[in-house]
Design a protein around this ligand. Structure first.
Ligand code: FES
Ligand code: FES
Length: 156
């Protein structure tokens, strides 16, 4: 079946199978490989994209459900060769080691800061609880989120 949706401000039409996931479509059909497959069943957050304004695990969305949706992936954040403030913050805080989890954290952080510009540590921990990192120990990720909030005009 054919579905159409908007990804990173571009309209796309894709032929999908009923049992394919949105993550499969993004990676294998649109070659947007920023979203990663970690667990494949909703437990790690490596596949997080922003779907109709909310961060979701794209491995849990069947492709036909994405028909008519508006999706942002990490590839859409860099504009005119300039990193998004959340990306800059992760670089400044050295908030990654292997980097496998990073696109998911960045998309969850962006979605959070657009709704909650100045989150407390407790809110950050709660909102990013679905994103797992097996390398960093999370402290530098919390630092990155605080820097991102400042860059986006929230926390001072
Ligand atoms: S790959 Fe989707 S939550 Fe782990
Ligand atoms: S940096 Fe390796 S999993 Fe997070």
């Amino acid at each position: 079946m054919k579905i159409t949706f908007t990804v990173n401000n571009e309209n796309v039409e894709v032929d999908v199978k009923p049992n394919e996931t949105l993550l499969d479509v993004l990676r294998d059909k649109l070659f947007l490989t920023g979203a990663k497959e970690g667990c494949g069943n909703g437990e790690c957050g490596a596949c997080t994209v922003i779907y109709n304004g909310r961060p979701v695990n794209s491995c849990l969305i069947l492709a036909p459900e994405a028909d008519g949706s508006v999706i942002e992936t990490v590839e859409g954040l860099t504009k005119d060769n300039k990193l998004h403030p959340v990306q800059e913050a992760f670089v400044e805080a050295n908030a990654f080691q292997c980097g496998y989890c990073t696109p998911g954290f960045i998309m969850s952080t962006k979605a959070m800061l657009e709704k909650i510009p100045n989150p407390t540590k407790e809110v950050i921990v709660e909102r990013l609880a679905g994103n797992l990192c097996r390398c960093t120990g999370y402290t530098v990720i919390l630092d990155a989120v605080k820097i991102a909030a400042q860059k986006m005009g929230g926390a001072k």
